[in-house]
Design a protein around this ligand. Structure first.
Ligand code: NAI
Ligand code: MG
Length: 432
Protein backbone atom coordinates (compact mmCIF):
# COMPACT_ATOMS: atom_id res chain seq x y z
CA UNK A 1 0.00 0.00 0.00
CA UNK A 2 0.95 3.62 -0.53
CA UNK A 3 2.34 5.18 2.66
CA UNK A 4 0.33 8.14 3.97
CA UNK A 5 2.15 9.33 7.06
CA UNK A 6 0.95 12.31 9.07
CA UNK A 7 3.30 15.29 8.97
CA UNK A 8 4.58 14.57 12.49
CA UNK A 9 5.40 10.98 11.57
CA UNK A 10 7.59 11.62 8.55
CA UNK A 11 11.32 11.37 9.05
CA UNK A 12 13.35 14.53 9.60
CA UNK A 13 14.24 16.35 6.39
CA UNK A 14 17.95 15.59 6.42
CA UNK A 15 17.29 11.91 7.04
CA UNK A 16 15.01 11.86 4.02
CA UNK A 17 17.73 13.58 2.04
CA UNK A 18 20.27 10.98 3.12
CA UNK A 19 17.95 8.19 2.00
CA UNK A 20 17.48 9.87 -1.37
CA UNK A 21 21.26 10.23 -1.74
CA UNK A 22 21.47 6.55 -0.87
CA UNK A 23 19.07 5.98 -3.79
CA UNK A 24 21.56 7.84 -6.01
CA UNK A 25 24.35 5.49 -4.88
CA UNK A 26 22.23 2.38 -5.47
CA UNK A 27 21.33 3.57 -8.96
CA UNK A 28 24.97 4.35 -9.77
CA UNK A 29 25.80 0.73 -8.94
CA UNK A 30 23.12 -0.38 -11.39
CA UNK A 31 23.81 2.27 -14.04
CA UNK A 32 25.04 -0.10 -16.73
CA UNK A 33 22.13 -2.49 -16.25
CA UNK A 34 19.65 0.40 -16.35
CA UNK A 35 21.25 1.93 -19.42
CA UNK A 36 20.93 -1.39 -21.21
CA UNK A 37 17.29 -1.76 -20.21
CA UNK A 38 16.49 1.73 -21.50
CA UNK A 39 18.24 0.95 -24.80
CA UNK A 40 16.35 -2.35 -25.13
CA UNK A 41 12.91 -0.93 -24.52
CA UNK A 42 13.22 2.49 -26.20
CA UNK A 43 15.63 1.79 -29.06
CA UNK A 44 17.85 4.70 -27.98
CA UNK A 45 21.49 3.91 -28.68
CA UNK A 46 23.36 2.70 -25.60
CA UNK A 47 26.58 4.69 -26.03
CA UNK A 48 25.16 8.04 -27.15
CA UNK A 49 21.92 8.11 -25.14
CA UNK A 50 20.78 5.31 -22.84
CA UNK A 51 23.93 4.94 -20.75
CA UNK A 52 24.11 8.72 -20.43
CA UNK A 53 20.52 8.79 -19.21
CA UNK A 54 21.19 6.15 -16.54
CA UNK A 55 24.01 8.26 -15.12
CA UNK A 56 22.02 11.49 -15.13
CA UNK A 57 19.23 9.67 -13.30
CA UNK A 58 21.37 8.86 -10.28
CA UNK A 59 22.79 12.39 -10.33
CA UNK A 60 19.28 13.78 -9.82
CA UNK A 61 18.85 11.72 -6.64
CA UNK A 62 22.27 12.81 -5.40
CA UNK A 63 21.52 16.48 -6.07
CA UNK A 64 18.08 16.60 -4.43
CA UNK A 65 19.23 14.41 -1.55
CA UNK A 66 21.57 17.23 -0.54
CA UNK A 67 18.71 19.72 -0.24
CA UNK A 68 16.83 18.25 2.75
CA UNK A 69 18.02 20.94 5.15
CA UNK A 70 16.90 23.67 2.74
CA UNK A 71 13.20 22.99 3.40
CA UNK A 72 13.11 26.11 5.54
CA UNK A 73 10.38 28.53 6.47
CA UNK A 74 10.55 32.19 7.41
CA UNK A 75 9.95 34.25 10.50
CA UNK A 76 7.68 37.20 9.90
CA UNK A 77 7.98 40.54 11.80
CA UNK A 78 4.25 40.68 12.37
CA UNK A 79 3.86 41.69 15.99
CA UNK A 80 6.46 41.78 18.81
CA UNK A 81 4.07 39.82 21.06
CA UNK A 82 3.68 37.09 18.54
CA UNK A 83 5.94 34.54 17.00
CA UNK A 84 4.99 34.32 13.35
CA UNK A 85 6.58 31.71 11.17
CA UNK A 86 6.04 29.70 8.02
CA UNK A 87 6.79 26.02 7.54
CA UNK A 88 7.02 23.87 4.40
CA UNK A 89 4.92 20.75 4.79
CA UNK A 90 4.67 17.74 2.48
CA UNK A 91 1.58 17.65 0.26
CA UNK A 92 0.90 13.94 0.75
CA UNK A 93 0.72 11.47 -2.11
CA UNK A 94 2.17 12.80 -5.38
CA UNK A 95 1.06 11.31 -8.71
CA UNK A 96 3.88 11.47 -11.25
CA UNK A 97 3.06 10.67 -14.88
CA UNK A 98 6.03 10.25 -17.18
CA UNK A 99 6.67 9.76 -20.91
CA UNK A 100 8.85 7.31 -22.80
CA UNK A 101 11.55 9.49 -24.35
CA UNK A 102 13.78 9.85 -21.27
CA UNK A 103 11.83 7.74 -18.77
CA UNK A 104 14.39 7.40 -15.98
CA UNK A 105 15.69 10.93 -15.98
CA UNK A 106 12.24 12.50 -16.13
CA UNK A 107 11.03 10.18 -13.38
CA UNK A 108 14.01 11.10 -11.17
CA UNK A 109 13.31 14.82 -11.66
CA UNK A 110 9.92 14.25 -10.01
CA UNK A 111 10.52 11.44 -7.53
CA UNK A 112 13.70 12.76 -5.91
CA UNK A 113 12.41 16.23 -4.93
CA UNK A 114 8.98 14.85 -3.98
CA UNK A 115 10.55 12.37 -1.53
CA UNK A 116 13.03 14.83 -0.06
CA UNK A 117 10.09 17.18 0.58
CA UNK A 118 8.44 14.39 2.62
CA UNK A 119 5.81 13.20 0.17
CA UNK A 120 5.19 9.68 -1.03
CA UNK A 121 4.95 9.06 -4.77
CA UNK A 122 2.98 6.93 -7.19
CA UNK A 123 4.57 6.95 -10.65
CA UNK A 124 2.60 6.04 -13.77
CA UNK A 125 5.15 4.95 -16.37
CA UNK A 126 4.67 5.28 -20.11
CA UNK A 127 3.16 2.24 -21.80
CA UNK A 128 6.00 2.21 -24.35
CA UNK A 129 8.78 2.18 -21.74
CA UNK A 130 7.77 0.66 -18.39
CA UNK A 131 10.68 -1.71 -17.73
CA UNK A 132 13.62 0.44 -16.67
CA UNK A 133 11.30 2.59 -14.51
CA UNK A 134 9.99 -0.57 -12.80
CA UNK A 135 13.53 -1.78 -12.22
CA UNK A 136 14.50 1.55 -10.61
CA UNK A 137 11.51 1.27 -8.28
CA UNK A 138 12.46 -2.31 -7.44
CA UNK A 139 16.09 -1.39 -6.70
CA UNK A 140 15.03 1.48 -4.47
CA UNK A 141 12.68 -0.68 -2.38
CA UNK A 142 15.84 -1.88 -0.60
CA UNK A 143 16.70 1.70 0.31
CA UNK A 144 13.36 3.41 1.03
CA UNK A 145 10.70 2.53 3.63
CA UNK A 146 7.73 0.51 2.31
CA UNK A 147 5.03 2.39 0.39
CA UNK A 148 7.12 5.52 -0.20
CA UNK A 149 7.99 5.00 -3.88
CA UNK A 150 5.26 3.16 -5.77
CA UNK A 151 4.78 2.54 -9.47
CA UNK A 152 1.96 1.62 -11.84
CA UNK A 153 2.37 0.35 -15.38
CA UNK A 154 -0.55 0.89 -17.71
CA UNK A 155 -2.23 2.94 -20.38
CA UNK A 156 -2.94 6.64 -20.10
CA UNK A 157 -6.71 6.95 -19.74
CA UNK A 158 -7.21 3.68 -17.75
CA UNK A 159 -4.24 3.97 -15.43
CA UNK A 160 -3.05 7.59 -15.44
CA UNK A 161 -6.62 8.92 -15.40
CA UNK A 162 -7.69 7.20 -12.14
CA UNK A 163 -4.37 8.16 -10.53
CA UNK A 164 -5.07 11.85 -11.12
CA UNK A 165 -8.65 11.43 -9.90
CA UNK A 166 -7.78 9.46 -6.77
CA UNK A 167 -8.82 11.44 -3.66
CA UNK A 168 -5.55 10.68 -1.84
CA UNK A 169 -3.43 12.15 -4.63
CA UNK A 170 -2.86 15.78 -3.63
CA UNK A 171 -0.48 16.84 -6.36
CA UNK A 172 0.22 15.83 -9.94
CA UNK A 173 3.44 16.26 -11.86
CA UNK A 174 3.25 15.42 -15.56
CA UNK A 175 5.63 15.35 -18.52
CA UNK A 176 4.27 14.57 -21.96
CA UNK A 177 2.13 16.00 -24.74
CA UNK A 178 0.18 19.25 -24.66
CA UNK A 179 -3.02 17.35 -25.39
CA UNK A 180 -2.66 15.04 -22.38
CA UNK A 181 -1.40 17.94 -20.27
CA UNK A 182 -4.70 19.74 -20.84
CA UNK A 183 -6.71 16.66 -19.80
CA UNK A 184 -4.67 16.33 -16.60
CA UNK A 185 -4.88 20.05 -15.84
CA UNK A 186 -8.68 19.91 -16.22
CA UNK A 187 -8.96 16.96 -13.82
CA UNK A 188 -6.58 18.59 -11.34
CA UNK A 189 -8.62 21.79 -11.61
CA UNK A 190 -11.81 19.90 -10.84
CA UNK A 191 -10.19 18.44 -7.70
CA UNK A 192 -8.47 21.76 -6.90
CA UNK A 193 -5.04 20.21 -6.66
CA UNK A 194 -1.91 21.72 -8.23
CA UNK A 195 -0.45 20.26 -11.41
CA UNK A 196 3.06 20.83 -12.70
CA UNK A 197 3.14 20.35 -16.47
CA UNK A 198 6.20 19.88 -18.68
CA UNK A 199 4.84 19.76 -22.20
CA UNK A 200 6.06 19.95 -25.75
CA UNK A 201 8.14 22.39 -27.71
CA UNK A 202 9.25 23.67 -31.08
CA UNK A 203 12.35 25.41 -29.91
CA UNK A 204 14.06 28.06 -32.02
CA UNK A 205 17.79 28.40 -32.60
CA UNK A 206 18.94 31.72 -34.07
CA UNK A 207 22.31 31.84 -35.82
CA UNK A 208 23.36 35.45 -36.42
CA UNK A 209 25.69 36.40 -39.28
CA UNK A 210 28.57 37.00 -36.83
CA UNK A 211 28.25 33.59 -35.14
CA UNK A 212 31.03 31.01 -34.97
CA UNK A 213 29.75 28.72 -37.71
CA UNK A 214 31.33 25.46 -36.50
CA UNK A 215 30.17 25.96 -32.94
CA UNK A 216 26.67 26.71 -34.18
CA UNK A 217 26.61 23.58 -36.32
CA UNK A 218 27.71 21.50 -33.31
CA UNK A 219 25.01 23.26 -31.30
CA UNK A 220 22.38 22.22 -33.84
CA UNK A 221 23.65 18.62 -33.76
CA UNK A 222 23.27 18.46 -29.98
CA UNK A 223 20.19 20.66 -29.85
CA UNK A 224 18.25 18.59 -32.37
CA UNK A 225 19.16 15.40 -30.41
CA UNK A 226 19.70 13.53 -33.67
CA UNK A 227 21.24 10.70 -31.64
CA UNK A 228 17.91 10.41 -29.77
CA UNK A 229 16.01 10.30 -33.05
CA UNK A 230 14.93 13.88 -32.22
CA UNK A 231 12.65 12.58 -29.46
CA UNK A 232 13.15 15.53 -27.15
CA UNK A 233 10.74 18.16 -25.86
CA UNK A 234 13.42 20.85 -26.15
CA UNK A 235 14.74 19.81 -29.59
CA UNK A 236 16.01 22.85 -31.56
CA UNK A 237 13.73 21.99 -34.44
CA UNK A 238 13.35 25.52 -35.88
CA UNK A 239 16.77 26.77 -36.93
CA UNK A 240 16.99 30.34 -38.24
CA UNK A 241 20.29 31.02 -40.02
CA UNK A 242 21.41 34.42 -41.30
CA UNK A 243 21.53 34.46 -45.11
CA UNK A 244 25.31 35.04 -45.07
CA UNK A 245 25.84 31.67 -43.34
CA UNK A 246 22.79 29.71 -44.50
CA UNK A 247 24.25 27.59 -47.30
CA UNK A 248 27.49 26.82 -45.44
CA UNK A 249 25.50 25.94 -42.33
CA UNK A 250 23.24 23.53 -44.24
CA UNK A 251 26.26 21.90 -45.87
CA UNK A 252 28.17 21.43 -42.62
CA UNK A 253 25.12 20.24 -40.70
CA UNK A 254 24.07 17.67 -43.26
CA UNK A 255 27.69 16.43 -43.52
CA UNK A 256 27.73 15.87 -39.77
CA UNK A 257 24.34 14.16 -39.67
CA UNK A 258 25.42 11.97 -42.59
CA UNK A 259 28.41 10.83 -40.55
CA UNK A 260 26.14 9.43 -37.79
CA UNK A 261 25.80 5.68 -37.85
CA UNK A 262 22.34 4.16 -37.58
CA UNK A 263 22.27 0.65 -36.19
CA UNK A 264 21.54 -1.76 -33.37
CA UNK A 265 20.96 0.34 -30.24
CA UNK A 266 23.00 -2.14 -28.18
CA UNK A 267 26.04 -1.85 -30.47
CA UNK A 268 28.74 0.48 -29.09
CA UNK A 269 29.39 1.75 -32.62
CA UNK A 270 25.84 2.97 -33.10
CA UNK A 271 25.02 6.67 -32.89
CA UNK A 272 21.31 6.55 -33.82
CA UNK A 273 18.88 3.79 -32.82
CA UNK A 274 15.19 3.35 -33.52
CA UNK A 275 11.95 5.28 -33.04
CA UNK A 276 10.00 4.25 -29.92
CA UNK A 277 6.85 2.82 -31.54
CA UNK A 278 5.09 2.15 -34.81
CA UNK A 279 2.65 4.97 -34.01
CA UNK A 280 5.46 7.52 -33.58
CA UNK A 281 7.23 6.15 -36.65
CA UNK A 282 4.17 6.79 -38.75
CA UNK A 283 3.65 10.20 -37.23
CA UNK A 284 7.23 11.22 -38.10
CA UNK A 285 7.00 9.81 -41.64
CA UNK A 286 3.75 11.71 -42.07
CA UNK A 287 5.46 15.00 -41.22
CA UNK A 288 8.28 14.26 -43.67
CA UNK A 289 5.68 13.70 -46.40
CA UNK A 290 3.82 16.88 -45.45
CA UNK A 291 7.05 18.87 -45.74
CA UNK A 292 7.75 17.47 -49.19
CA UNK A 293 4.16 18.12 -50.28
CA UNK A 294 4.51 21.72 -49.09
CA UNK A 295 7.43 22.13 -51.51
CA UNK A 296 10.26 22.13 -48.98
CA UNK A 297 13.64 20.70 -49.89
CA UNK A 298 14.34 17.55 -47.85
CA UNK A 299 18.00 16.74 -47.20
CA UNK A 300 17.74 13.09 -46.19
CA UNK A 301 20.80 12.10 -44.15
CA UNK A 302 22.56 9.00 -42.79
CA UNK A 303 22.27 5.55 -44.29
CA UNK A 304 19.84 2.93 -43.05
CA UNK A 305 21.56 -0.06 -41.44
CA UNK A 306 22.33 -2.78 -43.95
CA UNK A 307 22.30 -5.74 -41.54
CA UNK A 308 19.23 -7.83 -42.56
CA UNK A 309 18.63 -8.67 -38.88
CA UNK A 310 17.68 -5.01 -38.39
CA UNK A 311 15.27 -5.01 -41.33
CA UNK A 312 12.16 -4.67 -39.13
CA UNK A 313 13.66 -1.87 -37.03
CA UNK A 314 11.81 1.44 -36.86
CA UNK A 315 14.67 3.46 -38.38
CA UNK A 316 13.97 6.94 -39.71
CA UNK A 317 16.70 8.67 -41.70
CA UNK A 318 17.16 12.18 -40.27
CA UNK A 319 15.74 14.93 -42.46
CA UNK A 320 16.85 18.55 -42.66
CA UNK A 321 14.27 20.70 -44.43
CA UNK A 322 15.29 23.94 -46.14
CA UNK A 323 13.17 26.39 -48.13
CA UNK A 324 10.20 25.46 -45.98
CA UNK A 325 7.24 27.77 -45.44
CA UNK A 326 6.86 28.96 -41.84
CA UNK A 327 3.24 27.77 -41.81
CA UNK A 328 3.93 24.25 -43.14
CA UNK A 329 3.01 21.59 -40.55
CA UNK A 330 6.60 20.34 -39.97
CA UNK A 331 7.71 23.93 -39.35
CA UNK A 332 5.02 24.64 -36.75
CA UNK A 333 4.04 21.44 -34.98
CA UNK A 334 6.03 19.27 -32.61
CA UNK A 335 7.27 16.26 -34.59
CA UNK A 336 9.28 14.48 -31.88
CA UNK A 337 11.42 12.89 -34.54
CA UNK A 338 14.72 13.51 -36.39
CA UNK A 339 13.37 16.34 -38.53
CA UNK A 340 14.85 19.85 -38.42
CA UNK A 341 13.63 22.91 -40.34
CA UNK A 342 16.14 25.54 -41.40
CA UNK A 343 14.93 29.04 -42.31
CA UNK A 344 16.97 31.77 -43.97
CA UNK A 345 16.72 35.29 -42.47
CA UNK A 346 18.24 38.69 -43.08
CA UNK A 347 16.75 40.97 -40.45
CA UNK A 348 17.17 40.64 -36.67
CA UNK A 349 13.79 42.11 -35.68
CA UNK A 350 11.88 39.80 -38.00
CA UNK A 351 13.77 36.71 -36.80
CA UNK A 352 12.90 37.46 -33.17
CA UNK A 353 9.29 37.82 -34.25
CA UNK A 354 9.40 34.56 -36.20
CA UNK A 355 11.05 32.71 -33.29
CA UNK A 356 8.31 33.90 -30.93
CA UNK A 357 5.51 33.16 -33.39
CA UNK A 358 4.80 29.74 -31.87
CA UNK A 359 2.34 28.29 -29.40
CA UNK A 360 5.35 26.80 -27.57
CA UNK A 361 7.97 28.38 -25.32
CA UNK A 362 10.24 25.75 -23.83
CA UNK A 363 13.81 26.47 -24.95
CA UNK A 364 15.68 28.80 -27.29
CA UNK A 365 19.27 29.50 -28.26
CA UNK A 366 20.99 32.42 -29.93
CA UNK A 367 24.40 32.23 -31.59
CA UNK A 368 26.32 35.49 -31.92
CA UNK A 369 29.62 37.12 -30.99
CA UNK A 370 27.87 40.44 -30.33
CA UNK A 371 27.03 40.93 -26.63
CA UNK A 372 24.33 43.50 -27.30
CA UNK A 373 22.44 41.17 -29.62
CA UNK A 374 22.85 38.29 -27.17
CA UNK A 375 21.48 40.34 -24.28
CA UNK A 376 18.57 41.68 -26.30
CA UNK A 377 17.62 38.25 -27.67
CA UNK A 378 17.80 36.47 -24.32
CA UNK A 379 15.38 39.01 -22.86
CA UNK A 380 12.96 38.90 -25.76
CA UNK A 381 12.81 35.21 -26.65
CA UNK A 382 9.66 33.68 -25.18
CA UNK A 383 11.07 30.51 -23.62
CA UNK A 384 11.83 29.17 -20.17
CA UNK A 385 15.39 28.02 -20.97
CA UNK A 386 17.48 30.36 -23.13
CA UNK A 387 21.14 29.86 -23.96
CA UNK A 388 23.79 31.84 -25.85
CA UNK A 389 26.38 29.99 -27.92
CA UNK A 390 25.58 26.61 -26.42
CA UNK A 391 22.78 24.07 -26.35
CA UNK A 392 22.90 22.07 -23.13
CA UNK A 393 20.12 19.80 -21.94
CA UNK A 394 18.27 20.11 -18.65
CA UNK A 395 20.29 19.31 -15.56
CA UNK A 396 20.02 19.56 -11.78
CA UNK A 397 20.23 23.09 -10.36
CA UNK A 398 19.16 24.77 -13.64
CA UNK A 399 15.51 25.77 -13.57
CA UNK A 400 13.64 24.08 -16.39
CA UNK A 401 10.14 24.50 -17.75
CA UNK A 402 8.02 26.12 -20.38
CA UNK A 403 6.18 29.33 -21.16
CA UNK A 404 2.97 29.42 -23.24
CA UNK A 405 1.72 25.90 -24.19
CA UNK A 406 5.02 24.32 -23.15
CA UNK A 407 3.93 24.00 -19.58
CA UNK A 408 3.18 25.32 -16.15
CA UNK A 409 5.79 25.36 -13.42
CA UNK A 410 9.50 24.59 -13.25
CA UNK A 411 11.59 21.56 -12.38
CA UNK A 412 15.14 20.58 -11.41
CA UNK A 413 15.99 23.09 -8.65
CA UNK A 414 15.63 23.79 -4.95
CA UNK A 415 12.96 26.40 -5.73
CA UNK A 416 11.01 23.88 -7.80
CA UNK A 417 11.07 21.43 -4.88
CA UNK A 418 9.78 24.12 -2.51
CA UNK A 419 7.18 25.55 -4.89
CA UNK A 420 5.88 22.32 -6.41
CA UNK A 421 6.21 19.66 -3.71
CA UNK A 422 5.45 21.44 -0.45
CA UNK A 423 2.54 23.30 1.04
CA UNK A 424 3.40 26.50 2.89
CA UNK A 425 1.72 27.03 6.25
CA UNK A 426 1.72 30.18 8.37
CA UNK A 427 1.83 29.60 12.15
CA UNK A 428 1.27 32.39 14.67
CA UNK A 429 1.87 32.05 18.43
CA UNK A 430 0.27 34.78 20.47
CA UNK A 431 2.39 35.19 23.63
CA UNK A 432 0.95 38.46 24.88
P1 NAI B 1 1.23 11.38 -23.92
O1 NAI B 1 1.27 12.77 -23.39
O2 NAI B 1 -0.09 10.86 -24.33
O3 NAI B 1 1.86 10.37 -22.84
C1 NAI B 1 2.64 10.77 -21.74
C2 NAI B 1 2.17 10.03 -20.49
O4 NAI B 1 0.84 10.41 -20.20
C3 NAI B 1 2.17 8.50 -20.64
O5 NAI B 1 2.53 7.92 -19.42
C4 NAI B 1 0.71 8.22 -20.92
O6 NAI B 1 0.30 6.93 -20.58
C5 NAI B 1 0.03 9.24 -20.05
N1 NAI B 1 -1.35 9.56 -20.44
C6 NAI B 1 -1.89 9.57 -21.69
N2 NAI B 1 -3.19 9.91 -21.63
C7 NAI B 1 -3.49 10.10 -20.32
C8 NAI B 1 -4.68 10.46 -19.62
N3 NAI B 1 -5.84 10.69 -20.27
N4 NAI B 1 -4.63 10.57 -18.28
C9 NAI B 1 -3.47 10.37 -17.62
N5 NAI B 1 -2.31 10.01 -18.21
C10 NAI B 1 -2.32 9.89 -19.56
O7 NAI B 1 2.27 11.31 -25.13
P2 NAI B 1 2.38 10.19 -26.30
O8 NAI B 1 1.01 9.82 -26.75
O9 NAI B 1 3.30 9.14 -25.84
O10 NAI B 1 3.12 11.02 -27.45
C11 NAI B 1 2.42 11.91 -28.30
C12 NAI B 1 3.23 13.16 -28.57
O11 NAI B 1 3.45 13.87 -27.37
C13 NAI B 1 4.64 12.94 -29.10
O12 NAI B 1 4.65 12.77 -30.48
C14 NAI B 1 5.32 14.20 -28.70
O13 NAI B 1 5.05 15.22 -29.63
C15 NAI B 1 4.68 14.55 -27.38
N6 NAI B 1 5.49 14.11 -26.22
C16 NAI B 1 6.17 15.03 -25.49
C17 NAI B 1 6.99 14.64 -24.45
C18 NAI B 1 7.77 15.63 -23.65
O14 NAI B 1 8.80 15.29 -23.11
N7 NAI B 1 7.30 16.85 -23.47
C19 NAI B 1 7.17 13.24 -24.11
C20 NAI B 1 6.36 12.33 -24.88
C21 NAI B 1 5.58 12.77 -25.89
MG1 MG C 1 -1.00 9.99 -26.04
Amino acid sequence: GVARAGVREVRPARERGKLVQECGRALTEHAEELGRLVALETGKALRTESRVEANVTSDNFTFFGGLGSELKGETVPYNPNMMTTTVRQPMGVVGAIIPWNVPLMLMAMKVAPALVAGNTVVVKSAEEAPLAALRVCQILQDVLPPGVFNILSGFGPDCGGPLVEHPDVRKVSFTGSVETGRIIARKAGEKLIPATLELGGKSPMIVMGDADLDKAVDGAMGGMRFTRQGQSCSASSRIYVHESLHDAFVQKLTDKVNALKMGDPMDEETDIGTIISREQYEKVQGYIEKGEQAGAKAHVCSALPTDPKLGDGLYVRPVVFTDIAADAAPAKEEIFGPVACIFRFSDYESVIEAANDSEFGLAATVWTTDLKTALDATHRLEAGFVQVNQNLVVQPNLSYGGMKSSGVGREATLESMLEHFTEKKTIIFNMA
